[in-house]
Design a protein around this ligand. Structure first.
Ligand SMILES: *Cc1c(COP(=O)(O)O)cnc(C)c1O
Length: 470
């Protein structure tokens, strides 16, 4: 070590110790050596290169080792990790949508560590169907005759369009040519699926006769799309699914409903605004497509449920193979579907529903309980208050309905200018915590909606890390 002692200040700029001597030094530090020689070597080189490109004369071995360790800690932190979603949007697409119940996590870990009967019929000892693990449950819960699972609902729609309407027309109301988010626009998906869009009606009004006039020899499919993330109000008319279903049956063309949020239960029974259920749609349509990780509260996947003979054709489409899901998805989906067999306890056991059905009074009490603790931890750095707010369901379900909730609101210690920058800095600090805390800035405050906060102790523990440099 003495050999690396810094030279007198007047000398020429210090040269960094050699990589070899640094590596030797790391071997004496167990917390560094634990990363293994090649990872340490990589980090040492990166730290020296950073210093060099920054024009910094980094010569002190302990200082270099400290940076090497920081770098290794950073590199080894998983990129995908848990956060506190306190945005007020319960099913937040960017934050992974539905949280899963422990039953699902256990089911996934059981099948991921060893071989499973994913596509193996144990009774017959021969090849089986992966959809068999959930098809019976989906049928029982929706009244459908058959069901299959693909990677997400966008994939389900693509598959249905391709299987039933490739090279032919798909009839859709102009009021339903929606963009769901990201790059999912109904007309684009239709084109990629090889189907020609046949628009009927107008943006605000579409009648049964519009569909009746459009159906012809070129028709491959009639599709109704749930207007997930917006609502048209005023002078509007939309054709009832039941009437459209009867028309399609008479004219012998398949009828599909893209529900988006597939809820398996009547939400109004839990005091929530009503949403169409999969069972209702299945009663009227040949096929219904919906997401696994929206209101259903399970993992990312897309489900196609409906009539047996229509599904049989879809199953044979090569896209089904390309869009199929992994054993972990089936395990989690099956575990969640089983919870639905006990609807009396569903709102306790299914996290998405538990969060959506929390009462405003209970969240308000939580805000009052947390307020003094959080305010004490923030000290002089912020003014913290407990306030009412409105949560959203998210993921396109019930876009205009909100759920009364309560939040902790953070404002700068003194009113005045620079508020926007202060709020941005505080959000950044919260995002830099060991378990990042994600809120939302509105009306001059950073708000943490407590509807989705269940782990209070874990949340409070985050504030102890607030002073650590990010
Ligand atoms: C959300 C949604 C989709 C896309 O579902 P993903 O599971 O996100 O792929 C498609 N259609 C409708 C109506 C939707 O609401």
């Amino acid at each position: 070590m003495n050999a690396n002692a810094p030279p007198p200040a007047s000398a020429t700029p210090a040269r960094p110790p050699s990589v070899e001597s640094l590596l030797a030094a790391t071997e004496a530090v167990p917390s560094l050596a634990a990363y293994g020689r090649s990872a340490v070597l990589h980090a040492v080189r990166a730290v020296l290169a950073d210093a060099r490109s920054g024009g910094e004369a980094l010569a002190d071995t302990p200082a270099i080792l400290a940076r090497v360790e920081n770098r290794l800690v950073d590199e080894n932190r998983p990129s995908l990790r848990p956060v506190f979603n306190l945005t007020g949007t319960v099913l937040h697409t960017n934050l992974g949508r539905a949280p899963l119940p422990p039953e699902a996590a256990e089911a996934v870990s059981r099948v991921m560590l060893q071989a499973s009967n994913l596509e193996y019929d144990l009774a017959r000892g021969e090849r089986g169907e992966r959809d068999d693990h959930v098809e019976g449950l989906i049928c029982r819960l929706t009244g459908a005759e058959a069901a299959l699972v693909v990677n997400n609902n966008a994939a389900a729609v693509l598959l249905v369009l391709n299987a039933l309407a490739m090279g032919r027309e798909t009839i859709v109301s102009r009021g339903e040519l929606v963009e769901i988010g990201g790059t999912f626009r109904v007309p684009d998906v239709m084109m990629r699926a090889g189907s020609r869009l046949r628009e009927v009606g107008t943006t605000n009004r579409t009648h049964l006769r519009d569909y009746a006039e459009a159906i012809g020899p070129e028709t491959g499919l009639v599709m109704k799309v749930h207007q997930s993330n917006y609502e048209i109000r005023g002078f509007t008319a939309e054709v009832e699914e039941a009437a459209l279903g009867r028309l399609c049956a008479e004219r012998r063309v398949p009828f599909a409903v893209d529900l988006g949020s597939g809820n398996l239960i009547d939400f109004s029974a839990y005091g929530l605004p009503p949403e169409p259920t999969v069972r209702e749609a299945v009663a009227n349509a040949d096929l219904v497509t919906f997401s696994g990780d929206k209101l259903l509260g399970a993992v990312q996947c897309g489900i196609v449920a409906g009539r047996r003979e229509v599904l049989a054709g879809i199953r044979r489409n090569p896209l089904k193979r390309a869009l199929r899901v992994d054993k972990m998805t089936y395990a989690a989906l099956e575990a969640v579907l089983r919870l639905y067999l006990h609807p009396e306890r569903l709102h306790e056991r299914l996290p998405a529903l538990r969060l959506l059905t929390r009462k405003a009074a209970e969240i308000e009490a939580q805000a009052q309980r947390l307020l003094p603790k959080v305010a004490a931890r923030m000290g002089e750095r912020a003014r913290v208050t407990a306030e009412p707010c409105a949560s959203q369901i998210g993921s396109g379900a019930l876009p205009v309905e909100t759920l009364p909730s309560a939040c902790l609101a953070f404002r700068p210690p003194e009113e005045g200018r620079g508020e926007g920058a202060w709020l941005k800095r505080l959000s950044e600090k919260f995002r830099g915590l060991p378990t990042p805390v994600i809120g939302r800035i509105s009306d001059g405050a950073l708000r943490l909606d407590l509807r989705t906060l269940e782990d209070e102790a874990g949340f409070l523990a985050q504030f102890d890390g607030l002073d650590r440099p990010a």
